[in-house]
Design a protein around this ligand. Sequence first.
Ligand code: 45D
Length: 321
Amino acid sequence: MVLSIESAQNIFSKTQVPSPIPATIALFDQLGVDDQLAYLWYAYTEMGKTITPAAPGVARLQLAEGLLNQIKEMSQEEQTQVMRELASRADSPISRSYGFFSVNTKLAFWYELGELMKQGVVTPIPSGYQMSPGVKVVLEATQKLDAGQQITVLRNTVVDMGFDTSALGPSTSKPAAEPAFKRSVPPITSVKIEGITEPAVLGYIEAMNSDNFDAAINLFTTDGALQPPFQKPIVGHEAIAKYMREEAQGLNMMPKQGISEVLPDGSKQLKITGVVQTPWFGVTVGMNIAWRFLINPQGKIFFVAIDMLASPQELMNLRPV
Ligand code: 45D
């Protein structure tokens, strides 16, 4: 039997519970631009009462410094205009530059802008802004989410801002090397997962927990794929390695339990649930997730999907199907 990505995407699909995250983002997408900016500011400051992201390191902030300096020099009206361009994904010089940033540089850019807003150097909300009722609806939906889901909503809205540069091809300037996240706690290396002994899975978690992406990649088949939450599969060693360097650094993966089934052709499907911490929030925010692996008969990873769970109850949702 030839394994296909399409069929791999559907393993354990009957055990999956729809996440409230896309529903919240769909409500957000319906807001006008000024309402979107106001929603994000309120959501970010509200969240800030209990959790705040770690300050990005100097190296990461340097990548955003050019844009930040331009914005600092602007009048209030111009600053508001730039944020509108980013939120509406307009084709403007600043929105294009932002569009070429990596995910973590985008987050660092907004982190610093948020600090400048708190200091009164940059204006958070357009002057004379009147909130529409829709903003309240999205804020209420957001309050129902747990902390891990809330930071995912913020992250995904930040990632989606700026001009979509994917159609332009790679940036003409060489992409900046992604600075490393410093781990605040030592990586978790001796991994035990209740119900799972599969070497490729244990090796994957161990490699990821020490940012050893080469070791993780070598566990995949050459046509293997990794599907991040709410995204299409990323296929092949080179593309997965690039993605990991940009977006999977400094993560603490704490898988707890799993189930494993051997298929007639000797391949295996495994579903594992557990908690992941991002370097932005360290041990203060745990995200409940599932990994769904398809391992080929030779013990290589053909496919792994990472799913955000709808609720902590879902961590236990491991009946075989
Ligand atoms: O004024 O096995 C706003 C993979 C605008 C890899 C703002 C993974 C308004 C494979 C933007 C609001 C990676 C897939 C200001 C596993 C405004 C694998 C500022 C999973 C000031 C397990 C907002 C990893 C700011 C996972 C500064 C699930 C917002 C990782 C900052 C998840 C938000 C990581 C931040 C997440 C959010 C990180 C820093 C969800 C970070 C979220």
